[in-house]
Structures are given as structure tokens and as C-alpha cells.
Design a protein around this ligand. Structure first.
Ligand code: PLP
Length: 468
């Protein structure tokens, strides 16, 4: 089996290298023209009784699966927010899988836990985050989660723990606890609020035309809820909303939260990585008063998905909220109180050795390399934004970091353009809506995109618009 593995692994690496080269040379479409069910029909109805050679399975991956994939690393993939990757990240994933470690507690793999503590501190320093978020800083610390969705759920539960004095664990959640965000918060926020048992979040108005939270509206609503006997529990602010990369005004929001004693979680899933660059450090303004903060390294830091980092300055509330102590987890290291057990920082019990990926990426690219990646994408977005701004009929709605949001003509024409782009397998742009009006967004994240890609993508958008 191990000889089979060595030869198949060498082939897998060769195939991946060729795949990346094909993406770079635009030899592949961004998305397949597959009808629903096409991949499933190409697969047998049940698992084989006898084992098959790895090389055959690998060959089938390229003949059956790859043709049905959307290539998120493709230069003309401008949808959603990007999903990052790099050879260093891929290598780390292979090594992680090969070592097969389960790092739920320090005692189940001490080096996995300590590496993670060090690496999330490295990243906090690289981003210029407040010292209160560091493991080495006192009351805080960071943990790698699978997603910003898990991060916000963990933060909401920690906030509930603090607001209820721990009572939620025994008494459950009555209808008094409230969570707050704007309608521009990512859909994972209301989902997490519901899962935590807080019902629908209270929607705080945005300041007209900005997509960003109005802190006066927040203050007024918190006052009113307190007077009504409710318990304002957590505010989720966003640094870089999904639709237009709008920034909730963190210093003012944090000030309101502090006055009301409410937990402030900041979702910096995409835009948080920009703080690697001194010229974008303003995305951190106000974070010193936040109780928790999450950034998806897998969006804009050359690290493959999943890899979100959640930091908190109130480790005690977070770990007391998530703590579990069955007899089978008892061990001397935990009882000594001298170690971190990451099972108490997340929802699942088990966890892979997640830090290796971030460690490889930070070392292989260096902070300089990661900054260069951010600047590359910001530069390409600037080129597209300038072009759109000059073009009659197009309206530039937002241009922040690597994102450009625009409309074409009337709302009906914008929707028609979105439909035409969705049918074009040569590029991916995603639609969104702000203040009830549609828009299209393009976000740069592929390491293979160049100025020529921007010009090609623009030519396609313009051609489709002329038919709308
Ligand atoms: C601002 C923001 N927050 C959260 C998320 C959800 O991220 P995840 O898929 O890691 O849960 C996204 C996804 O794009 C996002 O844009």
C-alpha cells in the first residue's frame, strides 16, 4: 500500500501542478456547463466490493470530478469572496492528513495545541491586533475554527454565557436575550443567532447609502430594549460586508456596546486580512474594545479552506460557555490548569491539527509575500473600478479593497446583466442587493489574475451589457 501511495502521491502532485498551470494560462473554463445530475450519473450506484488501485481513483478524479468543478482559483473567478490556496497550504494539508492527529486537548497532542497558540499569536501581531487578543497577553487568545459561521456562533454563545451569568447552561434561554446586527451582516449571523436560541436578530438600520451600521440607531434600540426588560447580549458588527465590503463604524459601535455592557463580535471574514498592509490598518480601528474578532485566512491569505481564526479578549467567558468535562476527557494536564484545551473553544469535540497549514503559509510566503498578494488584488480591483466609472450606462456602487460593485442602467437591466453573466461559463460574478436594489460584484483573489484578465473580464461584461 505504501508503494502504491508514493507513486499515486507523485502523480497527484504532477496533476495538481498541471492544473494550476492550466488555470494560469486560461486553458480551462471557470465553471462547467454541466446539467444537474451529470456527475452523479457518471458514478456507480454503490461502493466497490473490492479495493481499487489509488492510481485508477486518481485518474477518475480528473475524468469524472474535475470537469464538474467550478475553479475558484481561476483568474476570471470573481464571485462571492475568494477561497485562497497555495502550494504551501496544500503541502501542509497532506502532512496534516498523513500525521492523522486529533488535537482536541493538549494531552491528545501537545505540539498541535502549542503550535496553534503560537501561530494565532503570530497572525494577531502580523495584523496589528490589540494585545488583549494574544495567548501571551493575559485574558485572551485565538483559535482556528472551520469557518466564520462557527466563529460567530461560538462568540454568541460566549456572550450569552456572560450576559446570563452562566445561567443559560442550566436554565436554557428565555425570550429576553437579544442579538443585534444590520441587514448587511452575512447570512451566517442570523443563522447563528437562531441556533443559539435567541430567535431573530434585531436589525439595526444602516446609514443611508453606506451599507454600514448607524451607531445612533443601535444606541436607541439598546436603550429601548433595556427599558422593556430585555437583555441586550451581543452586537455583531462587520468589517467588510459581503455585498459591498462596507465597514460598520467600529469605534462608535464599540463605544455604544461598552456603555451597555454588551459583547461586541466583529466579523472581518474577508477584509480583516487587509490589515497585513500598513496602508489598510484602519480596518482594525475600534477592535481594541471588541470582545471577539474573526478573520478567514482561507479567504485572502493563501491558506486553503477551511481556516478561520477567532480571537477573544475574554477567554474565560468563551471557554466556560463551551466547557465539557466527561470522565473520559479527564487528564492530569487539564486538571493542572497549565494548558489550553481547544475542545473548549469550539463546537465539535474532535479537531485536526489545524495550525500546520497556517504555519506553513506564514513561513513560506512571509508577511511580505502575503502583503504583496493583498496589494495585487487591490490593484486589479482599482483597474476595473476606474474602467467602470468611465463607462456611460454603468454606475460604480462601491470600490473597497479587492471588491468592485456596480449597476448597469436600470434595476431591470442590472438583473438582466446578472442573468447573462450567470449563464456565461467564462467568468463568475455574483449578484447582491443593498437597500432593495440589485447590484453585481466582482472580487479579485486569484494569484493568476493579471491586468490582462481584468481587461478580458471587462470586455465580457460590456458585451453582455450591450444585449440588456
Ligand atoms: C463578511 C462575511 N462573513 C462571514 C462569511 C461566512 O464565511 P464562512 O463560509 O467561513 O462561514 C462570509 C462569506 O463570504 C462573509 O463574506
Amino acid at each position: 500500500m505504501s508503494e502504491d501511495f508514493e507513486s499515486a502521491a507523485a502523480q497527484a502532485v504532477a496533476r495538481l501542478t498541471a492544473h494550476w498551470a492550466a488555470l494560469e494560462s486560461l486553458a480551462l473554463p471557470v465553471e462547467p456547463a454541466h446539467a444537474p445530475g451529470a456527475t452523479a450519473r457518471a458514478l456507480p450506484a454503490s461502493a466497490p466490493e473490492r479495493g481499487e488501485p489509488l492510481e485508477r481513483i486518481l485518474a477518475d478524479t480528473w475524468s469524472v470530478v474535475v470537469p464538474g468543478l467550478v475553479h475558484w482559483q481561476h483568474p476570471a473567478f470573481l464571485g462571492y469572496y475568494p477561497t485562497a490556496n497555495s502550494p504551501a497550504s496544500v503541502l501542509a494539508e497532506l502532512v496534516t492528513a498523513g500525521l492523522g492527529v486529533q488535537g482536541m486537548m493538549w494531552s491528545t497532542s501537545p505540539a498541535a495545541t502549542e503550535l496553534e497558540q503560537v501561530v494565532v499569536d503570530w497572525l494577531a501581531k502580523a495584523l496589528g491586533l490589540p494585545g488583549s487578543f494574544l495567548h501571551s497577553g493575559g485574558t485572551g487568545g485565538g483559535v482556528i475554527q472551520d469557518s466564520a459561521s462557527s466563529a460567530v456562533l461560538v462568540a454568541i454563545v460566549a456572550a450569552l454565557h456572560r450576559a446570563s451569568g452562566g445561567g443559560w447552561r442550566t436554565d436554557g434561554v428565555d425570550g429576553r436575550y437579544r442579538a443585534y446586527c444590520t441587514g448587511q451582516a452575512n447570512s451566517c449571523v442570523p443563522k447563528a443567532v437562531r441556533i443559539a436560541g435567541l430567535g431573530e436578530p434585531v436589525e439595526i438600520a444602516t446609514t443611508a447609502g453606506t451599507g454600514a451600521m448607524d451607531p445612533h440607531a443601535l444606541a436607541a434600540r439598546l436603550d429601548a430594549d433595556r427599558r422593556a426588560g430585555l437583555v441586550p447580549t451581543v452586537v455583531v458588527a462587520t468589517s467588510g460586508t459581503t455585498a459591498t465590503c462596507a465597514f460598520d463604524p467600529l469605534p462608535a459601535v464599540a463605544d455604544v456596546c461598552r456603555r451597555h455592557g454588551v459583547w461586541l463580535h466583529v466579523d472581518g471574514a474577508y477584509a480583516g486580512s487587509a490589515a497585513l498592509c500598513p496602508e489598510h490598518r484602519a480596518v482594525n480601528d475600534g477592535l481594541e474594545a471588541a470582545d471577539s474578532y474573526a478573520v478567514n485566512a482561507h479567504k485572502w491569505m493563501r491558506t486553503g479552506t477551511p481556516c478561520d481564526v477567532l480571537w477573544t479578549s475574554d477567554r474565560a467567558s468563551l471557554t466556560e460557555a463551551m466547557a465539557i468535562r466527561p470522565a473520559f476527557l479527564h487528564n492530569p494536564a487539564t486538571e493542572s490548569g497549565a494548558v489550553v484545551d481547544f475542545r473548549d473553544w469550539q463546537i465539535p469535540l474532535g479537531r485536526p491539527m489545524r495550525a500546520l497549514k497556517l504555519w506553513y503559509v506564514l513561513r513560506a510566503h512571509g508577511l511580505e509575500g502575503l502583503r504583496a498578494a493583498v496589494r495585487h488584488d487591490v490593484g486589479l480591483a482599482g483597474r476595473l473600478a476606474r474602467t467602470i466609472d468611465r463607462e456611460p450606462g454603468f454606475h460604480l456602487v462601491a470600490h473597497e479593497l479587492g471588491l468592485v460593485a456596480f449597476r448597469y442602467g436600470t434595476d431591470g437591466q442590472t438583473r438582466a446583466l446578472a442573468a447573462r453573466l450567470a449563464a456565461d461559463t467564462g467568468l463568475v460574478c455574483t449578484p447582491a442587493e443593498v437597500e432593495g436594489r440589485p447590484l453585481l460584484r466582482a472580487v479579485f483573489g486569484s494569484p493568476y489574475a493579471t491586468e490582462a484578465t481584468v481587461d478580458q473580464v471587462w470586455a465580457a461584461i460590456r458585451r453582455h451589457a450591450q444585449a440588456c
